[in-house]
Design a protein around this ligand. Structure first.
Ligand SMILES: C[S@@+](CC[C@H](N)C(=O)[O-])C[C@H]1O[C@@H](n2cnc3c(N)ncnc32)[C@H](O)[C@@H]1O
Length: 193
């Protein structure tokens, strides 16, 4: 029993170091209920973890999805470092490791026209982000989760509310430079969880 506990704790610490947190399914469903794309667009999920976002993209019938992770959670997932990946896609959708969100974002904007990231709402401020991204009007929409949702390693089917950071889907579009940023709210009803 003690041995099992040690293994669980070790793998948990390893996951935390890799910043593995799975995205509750409801969060991706809410995104795809608000914005939809042509079902044949090429979508990249460049740090797919245990496929929480990919599973929902497939459920919504997106046909052309590429995915990998530097620290895959299953042996069937391709191991790959996003920063050495150079292929272009129409859209990138992910929940990036937050400590690397800025390099993830700038690299993503080089590879895709539309980039959709789940990130803390706090990401809206900061000089580097302002100069590199916001002052160039690349932020098209922010979909803010009204409730604070806890991201952890629990199965993506579950959603837990609590005293966590506020999260939002940030939708960047290289072609939206003449438009104002749109702000919308996402409320999760009781019967949805
Ligand atoms: C917050 S988790 C998100 C997992 C998944 N996208 C989801 O929504 O459930 C961040 C993931 O980024 C992966 N990661 C960290 N650095 C990476 C890199 N340079 N290239 C690819 N994946 C990376 C981690 O292994 C982890 O699975």
């Amino acid at each position: 029993m003690a041995h099992a506990l040690r293994i669980t704790m070790a793998s948990s610490i390893e996951s935390r170091e890799n910043e593995f947190y799975s995205t509750p399914y409801i969060m991706t469903k809410k995104l795809l209920d608000k914005i939809s794309f042509n079902k044949n667009v090429s979508i990249l999920e460049p740090c797919c973890g245990s496929l929480a976002i990919v599973d929902i993209l497939k459920k919504y019938n997106y046909q052309n999805i590429t995915y990998f992770d530097l620290f895959p959670q299953h042996e069937k997932i391709k191991k790959r470092n996003f920063f050495s990946y150079k292929e272009k896609h129409d859209i990138i959708i992910t929940n990036p490791p937050f400590s690397k969100a800025y390099p993830f974002l700038t690299h993503s904007l080089n590879l895709a026209e539309i980039v959709v990231f789940l990130m803390p709402l706090d990401y809206l401020h900061g000089i580097q982000r302002y100069k590199g991204i916001y002052s160039k009007n690349l932020l098209d929409k922010v979909l803010i989760f009204v409730q604070r949702i806890i991201l952890n390693e629990s199965p993506a089917e579950t959603v837990t509310f609590g005293n966590a950071m506020s999260l939002a889907w940030f939708i960047f579009n290289r072609n939206s430079i003449d438009k104002e940023t749109i702000l919308e709210f996402i409320y999760i009803e009781k019967e949805e969880y």
